[in-house]
Design a protein around this ligand. Structure first.
Ligand SMILES: [Zn+2]
Ligand SMILES: [Zn+2]
Length: 143
């Protein structure tokens, strides 16, 4: 019997009209269950422990494809690293400068800039940087 997360992943791949392949299914399932905004290297390292046939190149290809069809969101951290997110609804991200943790930030999407009249907005992103609560505490203890 298939796990429900596998069924969800399969349905969504079908809905967007792309072929359901084992690597696509594995990688999308991984991202649906790991909400930590992993990089391709993270995804590859983790999946490899259960499926030795996966290659880093296919992780790159699949994440790019899934982002293109709107199933994943690509987030570029302030240090230029590419991370992937299976939550595609509008939300912002907090990047911890010390440990590199990325947290989701809930925010509403009725952002209406008043000085862009005549322009077309394609995307809006909210990036907050700072120290997460653990790192802030450690920082305070050291100072
Ligand atoms: Zn931190
Ligand atoms: Zn996120």
């Amino acid at each position: 019997m298939k796990s429900s997360i596998e069924n969800i992943a399969q349905d969504r791949l079908r809905e967007v009209g792309i072929r359901v392949t084992v690597p696509r299914l594995r990688i999308y399932e991984y991202l649906l269950t790991h909400r930590t905004h992993p990089t391709c290297d993270d995804i590859y390292t983790d999946i490899k422990t259960v499926d030795g046939s996966i290659s880093l190149a296919s992780v790159y290809n699949v994440t790019e494809k899934l982002a293109e069809v709107g199933l994943l969101r690509l987030i570029v951290s302030p240090d230029g690293q590419k991370h992937y997110d299976s939550i595609v609804d509008f939300h912002g991200h907090f990047f911890c400068k010390s440990c590199g943790k990325i947290l989701d930030v809930n925010c509403n999407n009725n952002f209406a800039p008043d000085n862009l009249e005549g322009c077309r907005i394609d995307s809006v992103s909210l990036i907050i940087t700072g120290l997460c609560s653990d790192c802030k505490e450690a920082d305070e203890l050291n100072s």
